[in-house]
Structures are given as structure tokens and as C-alpha cells.
Design a protein around this ligand. Structure first.
Ligand SMILES: Nc1ncnc2c1ncn2[C@@H]1O[C@H](COP(=O)(O)OP(=O)(O)OP(=O)(O)O)[C@@H](O)[C@H]1O
Ligand SMILES: O=P(O)(O)OC[C@H]1O[C@H](OP(=O)(O)O)[C@H](O)[C@@H]1O
Length: 220
């Protein structure tokens, strides 16, 4: 699917480009979907998962969009729980394995996954924001998309990528991972469940790709 096709398919569901009247109608129908008996998925808000290989620039583009959309109260940016020590690459909440397991056992994480030898989760505030009808943007795992679709009523996928040699150069330069972890990340290619709603080839200036993500989010 081309990017413009993908954009149309989103517009078909949320009336992103259809003017205020259409948008209101779409919002109403989204709200009604949550009333389907037996459907316990989280809604009516939209979870936007930004996925793609390590080094593609997911966090960079999310940070850019966050700055650009600071005035948009209905667009939230998830702060992930990760069993990795705090560092400058992401403003996550660092948890140890026990605290993470307790969060899972208590049902506090609306979505969690394991990858790269780490555990990742979205926090309970994401469920609250989705229940309030907000758009929540999160750096996600390609492998966890089926789980996301099982937990959230409206999931949109933004796939960010770059050529392998660019990925390798970026994560080497970032310096967060050692050699073995770096090789494992580069070898990781989980299948993506479904067509992305937006594809971004992040090879130019980060600003350009970041603007594309911001424009996509504005249109939801
Ligand atoms: N368009 C770009 N041009 C040059 N460098 C970039 C670009 N986009 C991102 N980078 C750099 O590449 C590195 C990886 O970016 P980032 O951490 O955003 O990727 P990521 O997809 O979130 O990776 P990971 O999944 O490993 O966390 C960072 O050092 C970032 O500054
Ligand atoms: O390879 P897949 O499953 O798509 O993604 C695996 C995980 O790795 C990255 O996190 P980070 O680089 O550790 O912050 C992604 O955000 C995801 O959580």
C-alpha cells in the first residue's frame, strides 16, 4: 500500500480529512463501537504505535512530533516502562524485573512485550487517556502489534525505517548497546501484522520525517 493509500484508509475510518461535520460523525461512530457487547478492548481513543527496526529513528521522530504538537491536549505521548536503566535516549520509567512482573501480575499495563532482552510496557495512564478519547503515541514493537490489536479498539501503525547500513551506523554512533546487543538488534526482523497506516523512510533530515509524523497525527 502506498503512503497516500494508507492515508486514505485512515481517513475512511476517522474522517481525518473530511471537515468538521464528517469528523464529528466519525467520532460518534467510533464511540458507538465501544458499545459492542462483549468487546472489552480499550477505546474510544486511538493508539498510534510507531514501529520499525532499531536505529530507524522512532524516538527521534516522536520527540519532534511531541514538540510540534505540544498545544494539542488530545494528543498524548506515552512514557514507557522498560527494564533498562534511565538514559538520555528516552524519557522512560526504569523498572527492575520484579517491579515489571508485579505490574503485569496486577494488570497495570495495557500492553507489554519482551524484546532485545528487555521488558517494555505502556502504563495505566495510557488506558485512561484512551478511555478519555485521546490519541496516544507510543514507540512500539513490531512483534507486539497483534497483542495491541487485541487490547485496543483503534490501533494505527507508523512504520519508520532506513537502509540496514544506516541503521548500523546510527546505533553504533548512539553507543547505547555493546557489540553483541547491537548485532542482535540489527538481525531482528519480526513480521509486522498488517499494512502500516503511514510509512516513513527516515533518511533525510530528522526534521522532514518528524514533520511527516506530526502531520499524520494532526490528521487523525
Ligand atoms: N534522519 C536522521 N538522520 C541522522 N540521524 C538520525 C536520524 N534520525 C535519527 N537519527 C539518530 O539515529 C539514532 C537512533 O535514533 P532513535 O533512537 O530515534 O531510533 P529508534 O528507532 O528509536 O531506535 P531504537 O529502537 O533502537 O530505540 C539516534 O542517535 C538519532 O539521533
Ligand atoms: O524489534 P521490535 O520488536 O520491533 O522492537 C523491539 C523493541 O525495541 C525498541 O525499543 P528500544 O530500542 O529498546 O527502546 C522498540 O521500541 C521495541 O520496544
Amino acid at each position: 500500500m502506498s503512503e497516500s493509500d494508507a492515508g486514505e484508509s485512515i481517513a475512511g475510518e476517522s474522517a481525518a480529512q473530511g471537515g468538521a461535520a464528517q469528523k464529528n460523525a466519525a467520532q460518534k461512530s467510533v464511540a458507538q463501537e465501544t458499545c459492542v457487547p462483549g468487546d472489552r478492548r480499550l477505546g474510544p481513543g486511538v493508539l498510534v504505535l510507531v514501529v520499525g527496526p532499531s536505529g530507524a529513528g522512532k524516538d527521534t521522530l516522536i520527540a519532534h512530533a511531541r514538540e510540534r504538537l505540544a498545544a494539542r491536549a488530545n494528543i498524548r505521548f506515552a512514557r514507557r516502562r522498560i527494564t533498562r536503566a534511565a538514559d538520555a535516549t528516552e524519557n522512560h520509567i526504569a523498572l527492575d524485573e520484579d517491579a515489571f512482573a508485579a505490574g503485569v501480575a496486577d494488570g497495570r499495563f495495557p500492553l507489554h512485550w519482551r524484546a532485545n532482552g528487555l521488558c517494555y510496557a505502556l502504563g495505566e495512564e495510557v488506558a485512561q487517556d484512551i478511555a478519555a478519547g485521546h490519541i496516544v503515541v507510543a514507540n512500539g514493537s513490531r512483534a507486539a502489534v497483534p497483542e495491541a490489536r487485541g487490547r485496543f479498539l483503534h490501533v494505527r501503525l507508523v512504520h519508520v525505517t532506513a537502509p540496514p547500513e544506516v541503521l548500523a551506523a546510527r546505533i553504533t554512533a548512539r553507543g547505547r548497546e555493546g557489540e553483541a546487543a547491537l548485532a542482535q538488534r540489527l538481525a531482528r526482523e519480526p513480521v509486522l501484522d498488517g499494512e502500516p497506516d503511514l510509512r516513513i523512510l527516515n533518511v533525510g533530515a530528522p526534521f522532514e520525517a518528524g514533520e511527516r509524523l506530526a502531520a499524520f497525527l494532526r490528521g487523525l
